[in-house]
Design a protein around this ligand. Structure first.
Ligand SMILES: Cc1ncc(COP(=O)(O)O)c(C=O)c1O
Length: 396
């Protein structure tokens, strides 16, 4: 048995299951969940059609690197979205979701005994990837004190740091990193020679139609970095196009890094099935469904701002689809239990997304609520959440 398996932390939803194991949810109410960040909006019909029309692709082994047409489609999309970046299709590798890519890239490109930094709270795959690679995770607090965005100045020492994860828009905060903030990280990566891996799986879910979140590729290009050097960006169709089950995303980096990653993937064995590649091309080439998708989220945020006005900042998060709510009195676990017991509603305690550093977990005292369900269901859930928060604040 690989001892590193034992070092992996239980997943946040496993901790949630344990927390509520003995709770009987209020049977008078239909069960609702704002717990999991799984998009519930309809996937685009044209993508479903492409999937079935190309089903015969299952009769062939897909190439590890993906079809040249898909790589070019993603390169074209990224050059449009993150202008002025210039890309060659050889810098693009289709991956089976960013989760797989974020994990695998560390196994491929980071050696044992090195350090990997990540925001705290964070997407737990970053940490698991570090542990399984024999590296040491380092946590950079992302809380109200730094506007949910750690900077290179928050790092005590870059000694032995092989990689830094960024997440923009952030999960759970929805914080979008600016070009200046991304460039500060790129400069640090150049100075201290580490990989900068930007998780941009929420890049297409944002509030202001006129200002899409900038990406790492764009920030690098605006600095005149043509070869991308130490920068790697990942994105996917899961949130953009409501296709979490398609397992389709991309990794983009320098040719040298992508060649090493491709070599690793030959052994890893997770090439994207051919019919998923065909369907993915249809999805990347259409923006209309993505605009409609954003509009649905915008409406739900407007609703949340109204219903939960006493408990939310005056403006919604710039990106992503979560509410990152401060619990009056700070007991995120107790509040989560009350919500389920009395209101039959699930959320995720914020502490499960973070780690205790020097006695402080920056996720504690908050709950994460995903606005992924249909508008009417979300409204009902938000109204229950409001009643629960009112009740909880009276007793806190
Ligand atoms: C921050 C973050 N990164 C990556 C992922 C993985 O997404 P996928 O593998 O579907 O692209 C998620 C999924 O919820 C996420 O929240």
């Amino acid at each position: 048995m690989n001892e590193r398996i034992d070092a992996l932390h239980p997943y946040p939803f496993e901790k949630l299951r344990t927390l509520v194991a003995d709770i009987e949810p209020n049977p008078a109410l239909t069960p609702l969940s704002l717990g999991i960040g799984e998009p519930q909006h309809a996937p685009p019909q044209a993508v479903l059609d492409a999937l079935t029309e190309s089903a015969l692709a299952v009769a062939k082994y897909p190439a590890t690197l993906g079809q040249p047409e898909l790589r070019q489609t993603i390169a074209d999309w990224a050059m449009g979205r993150f202008a002025p970046v210039q890309l060659d299709a050889s810098q693009v590798i289709p991956v089976t979701g960013t989760r797989e890519a974020l994990f695998a890239v560390i196994q491929a490109l980071v050696g044992e005994g090195q350090r990997i930094l990540m925001p705290n709270p964070f997407y737990q795959i970053y940490e698991g990837a570090a542990i399984m690679a024999g590296a040491t995770p380092g946590y950079l607090n992302a809380d109200a004190s730094n506007e949910f965005a750690p900077t290179p100045a928050d790092v005590d020492s870059f000694e032995n740091v092989a990689a830094v994860f960024l997440c923009t828009p952030g999960n759970p905060s929805g914080r979008v990193l600016s070009i200046d903030e991304l460039q500060a990280w790129i400069k640090a990566a150049q100075t201290h020679n580490f990989l900068l891996i930007s998780d941009e799986c929420y890049s297409e879910i944002y509030r202001d139609e006129q200002s899409p979140p900038p990406g790492l590729l764009q920030a690098a290009a605006e600095m005149g970095l043509s070869g991308l050097n130490n920068c790697i960006a990942v994105g996917s169709l899961s949130k953009r196009s409501n296709l979490p089950g398609l397992r389709s995303g991309y990794m983009i980096g320098s040719e040298a890094q992508m060649a090493a990653f491709a070599k690793y993937r030959t052994y890893h064995g997770c090439a994207m099935p051919g019919h998923h590649q065909q369907a993915s091309m249809v999805a990347w080439k259409d923006e209309k469904h993505v605009q409609d998708n954003r509009e649905q989220y915008r409406q739900k945020y407007a609703m949340a701002q109204q219903i939960l006005s006493d408990y939310l900042p005056s403006t919604p998060p710039a990106g992503g689809f979560y509410l990152w709510i401060e619990v009056p009195g700070g007991d995120d676990e107790g509040f989560t239990q009350l919500l389920l017991k009395e209101y039959n509603l699930r959320v995720l305690p914020g502490r499960y997304l973070g780690r205790d550093i020097d006695g402080h977990n920056p996720g504690a005292g908050r709950v994460r609520a995903a606005l992924v369900s249909a508008t009417e269901t979300t409204q009902e859930a938000l109204e229950r959440l409001k009643s629960a928060l009112d009740r909880w604040s009276q007793s806190a």
